[in-house]
Design a protein around this ligand. Structure first.
Ligand code: 26A
Length: 345
């Protein structure tokens, strides 16, 4: 897929670059760390031995991760033309950041990291139990990202040159001022500003910065648990995903000329897309238990597939179909990884 309207730096993403340390574990191991089967959390004192245990006891694999970086890697895989996407995030000056950078760059992402020479690159423990994945991120250097990175002249140019902006809800834990500044820039230039709910804790613990940026969001992704938690926190008075998606679209919006699109994925159930007071549902390919290897990165891959089409101004149903296709590929492999040419039609 190489559209004629593709150019370098069309889509600029920001997030936490993390190296995933991933293993299949048993339920007792989850319990030991007081973790749920399917969740994403920030590490605290109680998780300090977690990655060490994963490596020693479960032969953990090291895989490039970080939600937005995953999304851009998947988009690049589909787009084929290098550097259509640019990524900003903060890493340490260590071996892990080299692995991350080489991985994402070789897959076509233009990686522009902010460097921190005192804090190590962030990691994310990925605990897989059958079809579920539980994530525990130790952000490390990712948490040291500062707004200076988008103020430096070379990076400012990249922001000015980009047409689409994608930032995870996860990044609200790191730099709300950077998100707001980017959102305002997108608004002033009538360019799409795209976010992801990322995890239930974001709507709960980062409610205020999330709602501060909400009026700027033109396109919002989330999964079923994230949407339900958001609805509870906002007192929507419903658990119905379609109603929630419609209500999210109706939240106050700065750029009224561009109606908000809300896309909720729901595991193997149909994807829900809300826009202009209407819902459209799209079926998902149901895989067998044997085909389903690892759901880590499924949501990121969905966003990557969707955005690969969206930035080519394809109709929304093509965007969703491509998102579903990409997620279906990624869940059949360990981590957010792929190989060969993308064959989406
Ligand atoms: C702030 N937090 C918790 C996070 C993350 C995260 N990426 C950014 N910030 N917690 C987990 N991830 C990433 O999500 C991917 C799967 O969707 C993991 O690194 C994993 O690759």
């Amino acid at each position: 897929m190489q559209g004629e309207n593709l150019r370098e730096n069309l889509l600029l993403g920001m997030g936490n670059p993390l190296l995933d340390i991933s293993a299949n574990v048993d339920k007792q191991f989850l319990q030991k760390y007081n973790m749920k089967e399917n969740n994403a959390i920030l590490a605290d004192e109680s998780h300090k031995n977690l990655t060490g245990d994963l490596i020693d006891q479960y032969k953990a694999e090291f895989i490039a991760g970080g939600s937005v970086q995953n999304t851009l890697r998947v988009a690049q895989w589909l787009l084929e033309k290098p550097r259509v996407t640019t990524f900003f995030g903060c890493v340490g000056t260590d071996k892990y950041s080299q692995i991350l950078k080489e991985g994402a760059q070789s897959e076509g992402v233009n990686v522009i990291y902010q460097l921190n020479d005192t804090v190590p690159t962030g990691t994310c423990a990925v605990l897989i139990t059958g079809p579920n994945r539980s994530l525990c991120a130790d952000l490390g250097a990712a948490n040291c990202f500062t707004i200076d990175h988008i103020k430096n002249p070379a990076n400012r140019k990249l922001i000015e040159g980009a047409q689409y902006f994608y930032i995870s809800g996860f990044f609200l834990t790191v730099s709300p001022p950077t998100i707001l500044e980017t959102a305002k820039h997108a608004l002033a230039n009538d360019r799409p500003f795209i976010m992801n709910l990322s995890a239930p804790f974001v709507s709960q613990l980062y409610k205020e910065p999330l709602m501060q940026v909400m009026p700027y969001i033109d396109l919002l992704f989330g999964n079923e648990t994230e949407a339900e938690t958001f609805a509870t926190e906002q007192n929507f008075g419903t658990k119905d995903l379609k109603e929630i998606a419609l209500k999210i679209c109706k939240l106050p919006k700065q750029n009224e000329a561009r109606s908000r699109v809300c896309v909720i994925t729901n595991g193997h159930n149909p994807v829900i897309l809300a826009r202009d007071g209407k819902i459209t549902e799209y079926p998902v390919d149901v895989l067998t238990r044997e085909q389903l290897v690892d759901t880590n990165g499924a949501g990121d891959a969905f966003a990557g597939g969707f955005l690969a089409q969206y930035i080519q101004e394809q109709p929304l149903d093509v965007c969703v179909r491509c998102g579903v296709w990409a997620a279906t590929q990624i869940v059949q492999r360990s981590g957010c990884t792929f190989s060969g040419k993308a064959t989406f039609q």
